[in-house]
Design a binder for this molecule. Structure first.
Ligand code: CTP
Length: 439
């Protein structure tokens, strides 16, 4: 079926992005430079998904294109001529020049990446490629899958023209993930993880010949840097279907080649299967943890790996080189998970004593998966209430009472806090009386 691609563009992009796209198209036409929308954005437009970000490729020098945008519309341009890339960062003056109401200026940084069409060669399997300026056709052929190797031309009369030399549109219709050449996974084994991510996200299937290329690339997975493999797992863990993607990685034997302790069993599946509702719950929870993007991924990692022993976590860390904050959270979830039943009959002060040793995101992850209502309630009260309880009496009060500063201070304040938590005292008078007794 012949589609009207320009109409698809108009319906998939929001008003602001569409206007900016027209601006790029107009500018490129003036310079007689072919300009294309490429990669994942074209795929998502075809799938009727909303897109709020796009990759643009020009055939020609990126510097002159970037220069012309800057001259006409202001903002800031960062050019890397060596890599053929430029980033245009819009500011309020751009909005004025564009005649956009400044009230529409977003409160996040609005920027666009512009790239020269290029070809790539891999000197070594798993390493980053050497790039060279080239045509749009070569640029599409260097990519991972046919569904990611389509371009929509934008400049002048070419607006809406589809460039699809590898049959991406047909594969999208069939729901097939197919590599472009048989060495693709050997050049870059991260693509295997990308294939599984697209399968799970769109309900597609990796095509048989492509599946058959995985065994030869499996041994190269060990050579991927910690950062690259972590990034792929990060992307998977940020998806609502993360659990089914990890199950598929297990089925294709793609976790053990990263590290022998990596697993995905029934129990990990049941912890991760509800990640979507955990994220929704987190948004309305009465505690107020950092809800940034990074944290969203951390939750997935913790739910997945909390059943590992400290030994295995240490060994996995040698391969994946986690950040020290994340590592502390992972050790903490592992400790709490392996001692979960001991939280059933615990006083509030004992609970605070134990949980205050741990990062809050770790406590939160264990709260989400706690199977027993009683234990869940303990974790809930800690997060929402108990961790905020402090005695009214402070160190200054103790000094006024003539107590020499020293370790006794912390001991007394801890004892007073415990008394508040366990309901032993309920007023400042009672607190004062208890202090008299302790002194
Ligand atoms: N690409 C590739 N090989 C990789 C990574 C990326 O060929 N290992 C190409 C693909 O054509 C991809 C484009 O670079 O469409 C942009 O990469 P990325 O932003 O990671 O993918 P998107 O498709 O834009 O986004 P996502 O996977 O998140 O939907």
């Amino acid at each position: 079926m012949e589609r009207d691609h320009s109409a698809m563009l108009e319906t998939s992009l929001d008003g602001l992005h569409l206007e900016l796209l027209h601006l790029f198209a107009y500018q490129a036409a003036g310079l007689q430079m072919p300009l294309y929308l490429v990669g994942g954005v074209v795929r998502d437009i075809f799938l009727g998904r909303a897109v709020n970000d796009f990759d643009l490729v020009v055939e020609g020098g990126i510097a002159s294109f970037a220069e012309s945008i800057l001259k006409k519309y202001g903002g800031k341009i960062l050019v890397h001529s060596r890599f053929g890339t430029a980033k245009w960062i819009l500011n309020e003056s751009t909005f004025k020049r564009l005649d956009f109401p400044v009230s529409r200026f977003p409160d996040f940084e609005l920027s666009f990446d512009l790239v020269s069409a290029r070809s790539e060669t891999y000197s070594q399997p798993g390493a980053l490629p050497t790039v060279e300026r080239s045509t749009i056709d070569d640029d599409l052929r260097r990519r991972d899958f046919t569904i990611n190797a389509m371009a929509l031309r934008l400049d002048g009369n070419h607006y809406g023209e589809l460039i699809d030399p590898l049959g991406g549109e047909a594969d999208l219709e069939r729901g097939t993930i197919r590599v472009i050449h048989p060495k693709s996974f050997i050049d870059d084994p991260t693509r295997i993880y990308r294939a599984v991510r697209y399968e799970g996200r769109y309900g597609f299937q990796i095509e048989d010949d492509t599946l058959a290329l995985i065994p030869d690339a499996r041994s190269i997975i060990a050579e991927l840097s910690a950062e690259r493999i972590r990034h792929e797992l990060d992307l998977i863990l940020a998806e609502p279907n993360a659990a089914s993607m990890l199950a598929r990685l297990t089925e294709l034997d793609l976790l053990k080649p990263i590290h022998p302790v990596l697993f995905f069993d029934e129990s990990a599946n049941s912890r991760l299967a509800n990640i979507g509702s955990f994220r929704a719950l987190r948004r309305i929870s009465p505690w107020n943890l950092d809800r940034g993007e990074g944290n969203k991924r951390v939750l997935g990692w913790l739910l997945w790996l909390m059943s590992l022993s400290h030994n295995d976590i240490g060994s996995l860390n040698l391969r994946l080189q986690f950040t020290s904050d994340f590592l502390a959270s992972l050790f903490a979830t592992s400790t709490m998970f392996s001692t979960l039943s001991s939280f059933a009959d615990i006083t509030p002060s004992q609970c605070v004593e134990r949980l205050s040793l741990y990062p809050l995101n770790a406590v939160e992850a264990v709260y989400f998966i706690a199977p027993d209502e009683k234990i869940k309630d303990v974790f809930f009260k800690y997060l929402a209430e108990w961790r905020h309880v402090k005695p009214h009496i402070t160190g200054d009060d103790l000094r006024e009472r003539g107590l020499e500063p020293g370790p006794r201070y912390a001991e007394i304040l801890r004892r007073l806090r415990a008394a508040w938590l366990d309901g032993e005292i309920k007023s400042t008078e009672q607190e004062s009386k208890l202090l008299d007794k302790l002194l």
